[in-house]
Design a binder for this molecule. Structure first.
Ligand code: GDP
Length: 232
């Protein structure tokens, strides 16, 4: 996956808003094979996934809250193009742990999701959104284990960070870093974590730097790039 070389790559933060909805699918198996690098975005219902996605992409209603009726169980695919080339895709997975869903539907969905995460070739990374106040729930851990088997990178967004004071943010981030360090071998070994807030836009550039890296965009090519990374 590479970008056209004949022009400087603009900084992703300056054009990610051009990302466009491609399609929705009820089942993972309905998604066509993709030649474009895909990043899966997942999280427990209500964790703040759609707010994070909208904030990262600089769009107000690109992704819909799991509270929006009818949107709960759909996979939504978004793609970003630069001139004639499709640069990368975001695969917005349905929020999990939604209590209103019956047990059979839940377990069927879990099987499908685990298979998707384990076999879809085009997935270059997983962005896992967790509420900073309730990180690493059982279903989050399951996602980390499923995708961890791929040995591909996972970035955790601890969102709603604005709900915590500075000291608590730092404590939670340190604890999360320890958790991913302790479980690195089970979770694929390429883990990073950052604080995020859709309300204050804290952590947006860090999340964008990950996306750029996974899509293979070399932001350093840009003469005014000041992106410093800074992930765990
Ligand atoms: P989703 O179900 O994971 O897509 O979660 P939503 O993005 O719909 O967010 C769930 C709730 O949390 C909504 O009421 C949001 O307004 C709120 N929320 C989401 N992100 C943030 C955040 O960064 N800060 C605060 N304070 N609230 C947030």
């Amino acid at each position: 996956m590479s970008l056209p070389d004949h022009h400087p790559t603009p900084l992703l933060k300056d054009w990610i808003h051009q990302i466009a909805f491609i399609t929705s699918a009820a089942r993972c198996s309905d998604l066509e094979i993709s030649a474009v690098a895909e990043i899966a975005i997942a999280g427990r219902s209500n964790a703040g996934k759609s707010s994070a996605l909208n904030c990262i992409c600089g769009r107000r209603r690109l992704a819909f809250s799991s509270k929006t009726p009818g949107r709960t169980q759909l996979i939504n695919l978004f793609g970003l193009r630069l001139q004639d080339s499709e640069i990368g895709r975001l695969v917005d997975l349905p929020g999990y742990g939604y209590t209103a869903v019956d047990r059979t539907t839940k377990s069927r969905w879990q099987m499908e999701l685990s298979r998707f995460l384990e076999i879809r070739d085009s997935l270059v990374g997983l962005m896992l959104v967790m509420d900073v106040r309730h990180p690493f729930g059982p279903l989050d851990i399951q996602m980390l284990q499923w995708f961890g088997r791929r040995s591909r990178p996972i970035h955790i967004l601890l969102t709603k960070a604005d709900k915590l004071g500075r000291q608590e943010q730092a404590r939670t981030l340190a604890a999360a870093r320890k958790t991913i360090g302790d479980n690195a071998s089970q979770w694929g070994g390429q883990l990073s974590v950052s604080l995020f807030s859709a309300t204050t836009r804290q952590g947006r550039e860090e999340a964008l730097a990950k996306i750029a890296e996974w899509w293979g965009i070399d932001e350093k090519k840009h003469p005014t790039s000041d992106s410093s990374g800074g992930n765990a």
